[in-house]
Design a protein around this ligand. Structure first.
Ligand code: SF4
Length: 77
């Protein structure tokens, strides 16, 4: 465990993905707006019919090493 890892097991949505340990530091992925985020997302139709990302199969923001990855991608913007 480190400053780049935090589990909130008291959250009513925990665990929000399959997996034994979920890093809650990035509850909402800061890379959501990036088409080339590097995650395994699919595009689905949102409530208003517009395409939105479905990130339910991606664990990048919820893994401890995802912290460094996300920071490096944000610095590349
Ligand atoms: S959760 Fe994964 S797929 Fe979704 S924006 Fe973040 S990195 Fe990309």
């Amino acid at each position: 465990m480190s400053a780049s890892y935090f589990e909130n097991r008291d959250c009513p949505y925990y665990p929000c993905h399959d997996g034994e340990h979920i890093n809650c530091l990035f509850c909402f992925c800061p890379l959501y707006g990036q088409e080339d985020c590097g995650g395994s997302y699919t595009m689905i139709s949102g409530k208003d019919g517009k395409p939105v990302k479905d990130c339910s199969q991606c664990l990048i923001p919820h893994q401890e090493e995802g912290y460094a990855y996300i920071l490096s991608k944000l610095q590349d913007e």
